[in-house]
Design a protein around this ligand. Structure first.
Ligand code: AMP
Length: 130
């Protein structure tokens, strides 16, 4: 069965899309640590990051860097942090999180956004990818 993230890539489940290339896809995390929290994923469905082949891993990191730079430009923050966990969804994803403090990196504190705020945030980040 396809992972929830494969369903997002295929358009079967909606998302606030940020970017896509041949191998990777980025969208806003629905339960963000902070506004602008984005997930970068390979289109190839692999559970654990260490099982991703080296070429796909390098492409995912380069893609995440591009997305991270756009987040940093669009969302007021101290810096963008990266985190790879994967205990919830068995499809590799890089958390790109705008950080003000360590609180944003802990996954203990969540921010509630309206649909309009998600849409506006995604649009602003996309604006810095062009
Ligand atoms: P983890 O697997 O622990 O690294 O976390 C999975 C992340 O995926 C969590 O931060 C969730 O909020 C996020 N997530 C789960 N389902 C969706 C979805 N449908 N759209 C966006 N983000 C999601």
């Amino acid at each position: 069965m396809s992972s929830i993230f494969t369903k997002i890539i295929n358009g079967e489940i909606p998302c606030y899309k940020i970017a896509e290339d041949e191998d990777n896809f980025a969208f806003l995390d629905i339960n963000p640590n902070a506004k602008g929290h984005t997930l970068c994923i390979p289109k190839k469905e692999v559970d654990k990051i260490m099982d991703l082949d080296e070429v796909s891993y390098m492409k995912l990191m380069a893609f995440s860097r591009k997305v991270g730079k756009a987040i940093e430009a669009a969302v007021p923050c101290n810096r963008v942090g990266m985190s790879i966990i994967g205990l919830e969804v068995p499809h590799v994803h890089v958390h790109m999180i705008p950080l003000q403090s360590m609180k944003n990196a802990t996954f203990q504190h969540k921010e509630t956004l309206t649909q309009e705020e998600f849409e506006k945030t995604a649009m602003e980040i996309r604006g810095f990818l062009k």
